[in-house]
Design a protein around this ligand. Sequence first.
Ligand SMILES: Cc1cc2nc3c(=O)[nH]c(=O)nc-3n(C[C@H](O)[C@H](O)[C@H](O)COP(=O)(O)OP(=O)(O)OC[C@H]3O[C@@H](n4cnc5c(N)ncnc54)[C@H](O)[C@@H]3O)c2cc1C
Ligand code: SF4
Length: 576
Amino acid sequence: MLIFRKPIEGVERPQMPADVVIVGGGPAGMACALRLSQLIDAHNTAHPDSQLSKENIYVLEKAREIGQHCLSGALLDPRSMRELLPGFEKEAPLDAEVTKEAVYFLTEKSKFKLPVTPPPLRDHGNYVISLNRFVKWLGGKVEETGITVFTGFAGAELLFDGDRVTGVRTDDKGVDKEGHQKSNFEPGYDLNAKIVILAEGPRGSLTKQLVNKFDLAKNSNPQTYGVGVKELWEVPSGRIAPGEVIYTMGWPLTSKEYGGAWIYGSKSEGSKDSVVSLGFVTGLDYHDPRLDPQHVLQDFKQHPFVAKLLAGGKMIRYGAKSMPYGGWWAIPPVAGNGWMILGDSAGFVNSARLKGIHLAIKSGMLAAETAFEALKKDDSSAATLAAFQKSVESSWIKEELWKVRNMHQGFEHGFYAGMFHTALQMVTGGRGLRNRYPGTAGYQHMRKLSELPADGGAEANLLGPAKGDGKLTFDKLTDLYHSGTKHEEDQPSHLVIDDTNICNTTCVKEFGSPCQNFCPANVYEMVDDASQPNGKRISLNPSNCVHCKTCDIADPYQIITWVPPEGGGGPNYDGM
Ligand SMILES: Cc1cc2nc3c(=O)[nH]c(=O)nc-3n(C[C@H](O)[C@H](O)[C@H](O)COP(=O)(O)OP(=O)(O)OC[C@H]3O[C@@H](n4cnc5c(N)ncnc54)[C@H](O)[C@@H]3O)c2cc1C
Ligand code: SF4
């Protein structure tokens, strides 16, 4: 029987007072901590008689090491970093400055280069980075300030007092598969905080608790997402210059699915080869439950243009992560009584540019400014923290996102309708046919098998598991091996399924168990079981999980909840 992870009841938990707890040490959380420290330092210098302390400001990060769970393309728009740390270019780990871009439309065998690069995809002046190395560097700066970063600690639950968020409970350690305490059991801490800042990245688990508890999304469009499946390759030098950027649309997706690929040239340390970051983002609003985003990337690599670039090269890393696509209208309120939400957790991503790092950093800085004022007044009520909402709305975050506010919704009816709406939106400052296009949650687009052609029709090549030739293409387990993923095996499943009967009786028949396909890490399996009405039963391999959150987003019955596993477990991204 499957036992799911939940905080152990009836144990005494260590209580820790905190001024600010930032959950998530990605670009948003680290920028927030650093800006808060800068403001406190400046205040303490100017007011020797009313000092503010940093001692009770904490960042919780579930990864064993800072940056280890961060994965991105990644191109950095330096705008917010220049505001946070002027001159950061001199010391940050930047791999290359973008010198060349191209956008292609692919058919199965050919490619067509767009004569002009669309403005959102012009990247001159941006930098190719590895997000996890960049965040490791930024996190080092935070640690130098004296702010404590607790790595290997996940925020497991929010603490409430009525309508106020009063803190965060961290994960229990040392719980076995059956949910019993092991000899090394350590209960999670209760961090009783004046301000809780959620910077958990896409589909944050505490953010989901908060949004559901207070029905925060009631006036927003449903958030929509894509999942990016990424490989890092070493290829013989000369194939792609460091700083060269290629985007593709079209094949292997058909005009019904939303998504596209990136290829970024980077540099390799100590080797003559070049490093190529390539990946495919598939919108999690596709129709066919048999579609497999990891398979989509394998197909993409077989296009003659891509295969030629990679020939003779070697895949060195793999990973996957979701990103929010919904834009401005899908952002819930970002501040309330004792809480603020940043970065991808709020949905600050410009999907037209495939960029969110600079917005995450800026949102972290603005939240720090609000938190600083709240600490000075010793007042973190909804009225005080509402300043964050206002500052986002009067900042360049809104300016940038407003221009693309209807972008993804325009693609609800496929690629060609989407291109029409995008063109219209570009000439009307983001408006298009109306000020606010409505949106639908991605999982609602998934169709039952009975409504789809049995042979997959035009999508046939994208369906089911990729086999892989071991050179250019890989099956999921081979890819997964290159993510360095590791978890404590003896712990309850952190993929919490409300009702496994739905998996075994309904979903298997209606949708053919799409979890087996959309999970990029082979966590979900339908195994033979003669006692079940359809002869199959759900089985989980939680220790494979790369924390991409796709299952929580794409499951058509919305019965899967991703909760953090024991802190420290997860992928071990390096160079991603
Ligand atoms: C495939 C892909 C390609 C992309 N390419 C680009 C690009 O080229 N340029 C660009 O600007 N943007 C890009 N983005 C978007 C960009 O990566 C994100 O917008 C950005 O990383 C958001 O930062 P964040 O700090 O909000 O979240 P994250 O980077 O996701 O960081 C969140 C952190 O919080 C931690 N965490 C989560 N939950 C908990 C918890 N409960 N307790 C403790 N810790 C927790 C995570 O381990 C992680 O370290 C891309 C995204 C994807 C998926
Ligand atoms: S189990 Fe869910 S979060 Fe984990 S890798 Fe699979 S889809 Fe992603």
